[in-house]
Design a protein around this ligand. Structure first.
Ligand code: PLP
Length: 389
């Protein structure tokens, strides 16, 4: 990136909140602008001796993508990060980097697109896979095929039941069998959990969600603990298949990450209040939020999610699928849309969004992404909607 003249990413050890707010403190060398320019140019001239500059061609070498990657790598304590054109492009990059004959162990409750890709494209690429319950370490251990299992894929807390997997324990099991551990940490964000410091090899983000934070950019990230052959293979996949992030999206993503900490801190506080309200409501049968002391994932979440339990929760109102959909539509402040991690609160009937993938999602499950609005407005909206159905 141009203008790292006063970059504060090295030397003095600064708090991640400072590094995020200043996007590593980089400024534009030629103007001193504290917000770097967007480089739309797809190509870069060579030097007078015909040697390459830092950037040659935008597919592998985008200045704006590199800035976003450096910010995330810093927040995740990673050796490096790679950006992608979507969260799914980032998730599947890890699978594309595997070889025919490799075996994958994957949590049973993960983002539905990851399951769909494995089921529909994994066999054609020679991959075999086993799904195991997210919070069952014994099942994880017995699913490992030493020498053949190359990747363990977990998501924690996991869409949309918010089951929690013990990252350190999963890493130990994966490594004992010679496999690497990838963690989809989209919903925990580096504010709450740093999977690489707990032993994971790769951390993956649908940056479309919390990292971008404003529901206006589609992006994905993978970051690695160490420079391994798998990591280099992921880069080769990205270079030659080309699922890269555009300059404008990279700029928006970097801008979003500047406010990541304040957004997530508020979202955690509000989600806890919304979860407590729903848990005490007579028309609600079950609330799933790792922050609630009675939640099955609470103990592990308390250990590996520091400072909060995230902004995502699900609940099952009394009644069937149709009354759950009526409840979603009765909300006015919470918007009836899929996706998550934005500043505005979203509410959805999850099974409708998942389509025909076989998942563990109950028919009447409603998922909420808590935004940064006044929490009393959100609770009042849910209270009114619950009374109306
Ligand atoms: C949204 C999401 C994805 C996919 O990200 P896209 O940017 O929509 O491709 C993957 N994992 C999780 C946990 C997600 O929430």
């Amino acid at each position: 990136m141009t203008g790292s003249r006063r970059s504060n990413s090295e030397g003095e050890k600064l708090d991640p909140r400072t590094l995020a707010a200043q996007a590593l403190g980089r400024e534009d060398e030629s103007t001193g602008a504290v917000v770097p320019p967007i480089h739309f140019s797809t190509t870069f001239t060579r030097r007078d001796d015909y040697g390459p500059r830092d950037h040659v061609y935008i597919r592998p070498d985008s200045p704006n993508a590199e800035h976003a990657e450096d910010v995330l790598a810093t927040l995740e304590d990673a050796v490096g990060a790679m950006s992608f054109g979507s969260g799914m492009a980032a998730c599947t990059a890890a699978f594309h980097a595997l070889e025919s004959g490799d075996h994958v162990v994957c949590g049973k409750t993960v983002y539905h697109g990851v399951k769909a890709w494995l089921e529909r494209f994994g066999p054609a690429r020679g991959l075999t896979f086993t799904f195991v319950p997210n919070d069952d370490l014994t099942a994880l251990k017995s699913a490992m095929q030493p020498g053949k299992t190359k990747l363990v894929w977990i998501e924690t807390p996991a869409n949309p039941l918010w089951t929690v997997t013990d990252i350190a324990a999963a890493a130990e099991i994966a490594h004992a069998a010679g496999a690497q551990l990838a963690v989809d940490s989209t919903c925990a964000t580096p504010v709450l959990t740093k999977p690489l410091t707990l032993g994971a090899d790769l951390v993956v983000h649908a940056a479309t969600k919390y990292l971008g934070g404003h529901s206006d950019v589609l992006a994905g990230m993978v970051a690695a603990r160490e420079d391994t052959p798998l990591w280099r293979r992921i880069r080769e996949h990205r270079t030659f298949a080309g699922p890269v992030l555009g300059a404008m999206e990279a700029f928006l993503l970097t801008r979003g990450m500047r406010t990541l900490f304040v957004r997530v801190e508020r979202q955690c506080q509000s989600a806890m209040k919304v979860a407590e309200f729903l848990a005490g409501h007579p028309k609600v049968d079950r609330v799933r939020y790792p922050g609630l002391p009675g939640d099955p994932g609470h103990a592990v979440a308390s250990k590996q999610m520091l400072g909060g339990f995230g902004g995502m929760l699900s609940f099952q109102p009394a009644g069937d699928r149709d009354s759950a959909i009526r409840l979603v539509l009765a909300c006015r402040v919470l918007k009836p849309a899929t996706s998550l991690g934005g500043v505005e609160s979203l509410i959805e009937h999850r099974k409708t969004s998942e389509g025909d993938i076989v998942t563990e999602t109950p028919d009447n499950l409603i998922r909420i992404s808590v935004g940064i609005e006044a929490v009393d407005d959100l609770i009042q909206d849910l209270d009114r909607a619950l009374a109306a159905v």
